[in-house]
Design a protein around this ligand. Structure first.
Ligand code: PML
Length: 247
């Protein structure tokens, strides 16, 4: 589902469902779009069959850095990105990629040189075609609620991050929400899991977006194909690691 107003993206949601649940999921997504603070100009819903047998994966372990300032938050992001093998140059390229206007998709960056690898400069690459089993969803939402994490954005970002991290050529992801009212972002990687970082951008800032860091000489087209087309289902919730302090 994609909701927009005057050509501006307002909200999006997706999932993979069994045939009997498609109708309910579709109407829940439309209802969600109709409840947005801004009434959408258009709501676009597409329902497609999944051609392949989905790959089943686990959600990432979740931790939170409670940084008090944007500077602390950015330093924390740098610590986790470097730990996942991302160079300073590539981190600078990611920070440049999240400047407005926000792309709908992510910038694919070489983890070593910071070079932009995808050719769709304005659109970026969209991680798509992923879902979660009802059992894993229940467990994950319960565990998150136990840690005080109840925002839908966080839950959905965790699913996307799990799919991205399941791509063997991607070393890490950096995400800053493009919602001016939502300043928590994350760095995720197979190495450190999903690390939420508070205050990753100034309040009310329109900047935001995602960068996926690819290891050197990764097969870029195969990575894009995996991210945009290969169906992946999260069938297990990850561990909750609580609050961490990297500095
Ligand atoms: C987005 O707006 O799509 C990104 C949301 C990031 C969520 C970070 C979190 O709270 O875990």
């Amino acid at each position: 589902m994609r909701a927009e107003k005057d050509g501006l993206h307002l909200s999006g949601a997706e999932g993979i469902f069994g045939a009997k649940d498609v109708q309910g999921a579709a109407s829940a997504m439309v209802e969600r779009a109709m409840r947005l603070k801004t009434r959408p100009g258009g709501i676009y819903l597409s329902i497609e069959p999944i051609p392949l047998k989905p790959k089943m994966i686990s959600a990432l372990p979740v931790s939170t850095v409670k940084s008090a300032s944007v500077a602390d938050a950015r330093s924390a992001a740098e610590v986790f990105l470097k730990d996942a093998g991302i160079s300073s140059r590539a981190i600078r390229a990611a920070l440049a990629a999240i400047r407005p206007p926000a792309m709908r998709g992510a910038a694919l960056l070489c983890a070593e040189t910071g070079r932009r690898l995808d050719t769709s400069k304005k659109r970026g690459v969209r991680a798509s075609v992923f879902g979660i089993t009802p059992g894993a969803q229940k467990t994950l939402q319960k565990k998150l609620a136990g840690c005080g994490i109840t925002h839908r954005r966080a839950f959905e970002a965790m699913l996307l991050a799990a799919k991205v991290a399941s791509c063997p050529f991607i070393l890490a992801e950096f995400c800053v929400s493009d919602d001016p009212e939502y300043a928590t972002g994350y760095v995720s990687s197979r190495k450190n899991g999903y690390v939420r970082i508070e205050n990753l951008k100034p309040k009310k800032s329109p900047e935001g977006g995602r960068a996926f860091f690819l290891e050197k000489d990764a097969p870029v087209e195969a990575v894009i194909d995996y991210l945009e087309r290969e169906p992946v289902i999260i069938s297990r919730a990850g561990r909750m690691r609580g609050e961490i302090c990297p500095l």
